[in-house]
Design a protein around this ligand. Structure first.
Ligand SMILES: [Zn+2]
Length: 102
């Protein structure tokens, strides 16, 4: 079970976007990677055709999950996430403020 889920707010902790925050748009569980809105953008040259304008586009690339931390929605701080079992369901818990995140 991954600590990061869709629509989580995360902060980047390494690389060129270190310190920036964004919302998780996609998750690639097999690669343990996440795509974060507006983060890890690369310039890509795209040729025109088929209704597509040619030009240089900013394309977001997935980041490895170890390069982001979850921002706790309760205490708004980068959270170390733990798990606890509640009514046979695993829920995520912020280790700082002890709030359940799910
Ligand atoms: Zn918290």
């Amino acid at each position: 079970m991954l600590k990061i889920r869709l629509k989580d707010k995360v902060r980047v902790i390494s690389g060129k976007d270190k310190g920036r925050e964004g919302v998780v748009e996609r998750i690639f569980p097999g690669d343990k990677k996440v795509l974060v809105d507006g983060i890890n953008l690369y310039k890509k040259h795209i040729k025109g055709g088929y209704g597509q304008k040619s030009g240089v586009y900013d394309i977001p690339r997935p980041l490895h999950i170890s390069r982001v931390v979850l921002i706790c929605p309760k205490c708004s701080k980068p959270a170390r996430v733990g798990f606890s079992v509640k009514e046979d369901k695993k829920v995520r818990v912020c280790k700082k403020c002890k709030a359940e995140i799910d």
